[in-house]
Ligand binder design. Sequence first.
Ligand SMILES: [Zn+2]
Length: 394
Amino acid sequence: MTYDGPDNADQARLLRLLRDDGPRSRVELGDAAGLSRARLVAEVDRLVALGLVETAGPAASRGGRRSSLLRIAGAVRFAGITIGPREIDVAVTDGELSVLARRREPVDVRLGPEATIARTLELLGKVRANLGLGRLTGVGVALPAPVAFREGAPVSPPALPGWHGYGVRDALAAELGCPVLVDNDANVMALGEQHAGTGRAFDDFLYVKLGTAIGCGLVLGGALHRGATSGAGGIAHLRQSDDGPTCACGETGCLEAYCSDEALVREALAAVEDGRSPVLAARLAEAGALTVADVGRATVAGDPAAQTLVRDAARRLGRVLVGLVNFVNPGIVIIGGTAVGLGPTMLAEIRSVVYRRSPPLATGNLPIVLSDLDDTAGVVGAARLASDDVFGAS
Ligand SMILES: [Zn+2]
């Protein structure tokens, strides 16, 4: 069976309604889509013939009238994949993007794209075998890198040495025989928030992704905004000072060089060196190295040096956000990707800076929150990326 996409914008809208809101009766679906009864019947018949929609059990009946529910067909299956600097995360979802099975494995992306893609396919193969799944409807992939969206390839990615220009989309599509979409991880996680997180209730929001690399996904008017050359949201290398720490990109003083996990660890080591943090010094002596999780634990434990370095990083991020929220005027700012223990301290400092430094029109009712998704924003967002393409009007 092939999965031809919808024929027209009405069919695309019906598919997205069923994906986002779950099974509906014909009447409800027709009302939500604003279609006449005759038109709805014709479009639904076509979607059933395409294998994209099916009839579920009967809806609750009243007064003897029975109507059946429509839903995305059970044969529709998406894969959401995130390739991180240290881990591959693969999930297969149903047509409503609920995760059916998931596996994660450590990876060293410095081995290059061919080896990493081969590992990814192997892992996806295991997940499909567990589910007894034949064909995939579409696959979405998040990379920790700037991605030329139309080409499906990373562009000068500091976190992915040797991957520049590599056709990740084409390599995977050739193996899998279905549509494959590739995007930057911050964009993909913003889509995850839009589908299953706090972002669901907002048409305009910013998703700020922290961690090893920093990025920002912009959802404007209900759609992800990539910009003219898919570079929108690239806040990582905004220069904060001329003589700051060296960044992974080779420049100095970038936001990421102050706020990434690696930057926090660097500052933590400096605090140990200066004798400012007995807590982190003890951890270093015990483990032989410090991680961002250690910084998080020290922050939660009330270590003043750890709290100060986390607040310093958050303040810089907050200053950048002042510019962004005034320019974009989002309905909410969602912060994700922070290591365990760091979120509340970072959030408090970011809020303080943004609310103090912004005029009331942009921030009067602006919530700034931590993501309420656990670590599923990436895989769900990647599945959403694929579904947006497959459920788009051709
Ligand atoms: Zn940089």
